[in-house]
Design a protein around this ligand. Structure first.
Ligand code: SF4
Length: 92
């Protein structure tokens, strides 16, 4: 049995089903999920693992206050981004 962190799985609170650790830093165009430290810290040394693979700057960014914003602010940002992506009807 492999003990590689990438092979470890747990239930994702966003998706509602099991995902391997690797998914958490390769999802959505190779972006790191902002929840990755909260989700995995009890399973193994996720900070060191990410620092080794992606660099210490990535871990610092994940620990920054912006990453720890309340869920409602994150949702509002997603809504704003979706509005900006909407295609305007022709003739306007
Ligand atoms: S880090 Fe993100 S994608 Fe991975 S289990 Fe947690 S919420 Fe799901």
């Amino acid at each position: 049995m492999s003990d590689q962190p990438e092979q470890r799985c747990q239930r994702c609170k966003r998706l509602g089903h099991e995902v391997p650790f690797e998914y958490c830093f390769t999802q959505e165009s190779d972006q790191v999920c902002p929840e990755i430290l909260n989700c995995w810290w009890e399973r193994f040394d996720v900070r060191t693992c990410l620092a080794d693979r992606l660099g210490k700057d990535v871990v610092k960014e994940l620990e920054s206050p912006r990453q720890q914003q309340p869920k409602i602010l994150g949702l509002l940002e997603l809504i704003e981004q979706a509005k900006k992506r909407q295609v305007k009807p022709s003739g306007e």
